[in-house]
Design a binder for this molecule. Sequence first.
Ligand SMILES: [Mg+2]
Length: 226
Amino acid sequence: MLDLDGTLVDSVGPLCKWAQRLCAEYGLPAGTAEWVIEQRDSYATWQTFVGAAAEYVGRPEKSAEWRDHLVRNYPHEFTLAPDTAERLTSLRAAGWKLAIVTNGSIGMQTAKIDQVGLHDYVDAICISEAEGVRKPDRAIFERAAGRLGVELGSHGWMVGDTLRADVEGGISAGVRTIWLSSDAQEPSGAAASSVTGGGLGEGLEPRPEHVCGSIVAALDHILTSA
Ligand SMILES: [Mg+2]
């Protein structure tokens, strides 16, 4: 089971590109795009986020228009890295069943998945708004497993970049977990840091089984795991 944003695909770069485009089109002051990136996790919905951005630049009347601009343009900035696509193909060839398990709205998450063609690389997709339940609730992982025709258990994995949603959620679902962290060291593309062996994952709560610096390293770790 694989998280989408910040895991299978980068979502910060696309948000930055969208913000720069908005700034160029509306002549917004320097620093607006930086504010957007810094504040990206501070709001519960795109509506409140874009509303706050419009307030920040003193154009609150543009809130609805800029939200539409974001919905229309932001998903189109997403890309799927070729080496990620290659690993997903290898995993399925090795017999793994893959599901995307993502928190977010149906419209936005579907638009991103469509943009990068991830339908072709996974066996199931669970979007929290469609399922009526969000990570870390075990129920969304049960839905994913059900759609894959598998049981939850320690033969399975959850990979994601958010400790609470992905790692705590994966642990509650009884699967092994990999936390993606940009702080993880990857000498010559080495696979994963073992948390039980100490090091990077030491002291983390919840505690992932492994910490990887990239999705490619995480998928390689699963490919080579027993
Ligand atoms: Mg994420």
